[in-house]
Design a protein around this ligand. Sequence first.
Ligand code: NAD
Length: 459
Amino acid sequence: MPAEAFDIVILGAGSGGYACALRAAQLGKTVALVEKDKLGGTCLHNGCIPTKALLHSAEVADTARESAKYGVQATLESIDLSGVHAYKDGVIGRLHKGLQGLVKSATAITYVEGEGRLASPTTVVVGDRELQGEHVVLATGSYARTLPGVEIGGRVMTSDQALSLDEVPARAIVLGGGVIGVEFASVLRSFGSEVTIVEALDRLVAAEDPAVSKQLERAFRKRKIVARTGARVAGVSQDEDKVTVELEGGQTLEAELLLVAVGRGPRTEGLGYEEAGLTMDRGFVITDERLQTGVGTVRAIGDIVPGPQLAHRGFAHGIFVAEDIAGLDPAPVRDHLIPKVTYCDPEIASVGLSEEQAREQYGDDVSTYEYNLGGNGKSQILGTAGFIKLVRSGAEGPVVGVHMVGARMGEQVGEAQLIVGWEALPEDVATFIHAHPTQNEALGEAHLALAGKPLHAHA
Ligand code: NAD
């Protein structure tokens, strides 16, 4: 077959790859978008969207279970997992269809189904097709890792299998108290499982400010989710009825399900990256801040580039690369300004520097303020506890970090990222009026307090 020529060949049609294709097409570039599985990738089919649908079912279950607290007499009869999956798959199906329509209507994009391989810095081969690109963008994403000696199968699962459980386990062990671990622990607990999290570090969600970890651990204790922090796994075995986890130190835990959530690895093996001369580090592709690999015009985006593995970082990388190739000179994506949300109950949302990181950067010239959601009317109405913590550089500098925990706090991260991204002073934010009674008001009041004029809080 003769080679087909494009301005850009993109390997992988997940969040990063398809965002790059759509933006490049808008900018008049011809694109080949190569995907071996489904358009939309991990986020749409095995990650963000299905897990958040499960978390919503979990919230509905909790609302029914706790209804009497609000004077409503409802009972939770059972969790019908086939119904949960039908709802979740309906959401995925509609989004998938919409995305397919978008890509199809972009006539500059040639969608190529099949497994691609980087054959040279300008060529991707898919079966017997040779796609040549003036630019090649690698966007092959990540996979759920496991530990040496812990084989996935049967009662031992990663999030991939746990998304379509056909039975709620009576007891579940979650290995890893990071983002995936606490989200699944939250779902399983709401569905009725007894849940134990085993985390090697000394706290849950260790990438967050320590105050957030503490509050989450408190909230999980109230929900009777057991967190075994500072615990390492020595071995895992399973039989027909149960899985047994042996901890270092000799203690054993038993459950019907073990979910392994110890991080995601870059999907880069066997794709020709090393042979093409790319600089790799533990499977990740090393790039400069413009996401160039240093080999010809090859760029890498999303989860295969070291940094936070988030779908919205992938979108931002994809759009950045398309615009950079088109000569628009966009500003590089800055990882520390990317907002993060963990959708367990209670939710966690943050942007910018933790107190610790701020102290590393500014020395001891850092001030903080913690606004307790106890003073926020809407949070009281929702029956949630938590806080908003602000981190400021110096006594008079801008806000460099916002850390929130409490029901629905993910929705507040939008304003928080504008504050941190625009380097706002608390006094700047204090001039804006926040609607009453909203949880957003808590963000406003935290800034009022830091500006020295608290309303429902102490200075
Ligand atoms: P993670 O890195 O967030 O957490 C993994 C946890 O496992 C860490 O706390 C680590 O200390 C622990 N761990 C590792 N080895 C261990 C061992 N031997 N014993 C006990 N604990 C061990 O990874 P994850 O939760 O698997 O998530 C993967 C990626 O996916 C993350 O980068 C995350 O940001 C992303 N993700 C994001 C969202 C979201 O934004 N809401 C949701 C899901 C996943």
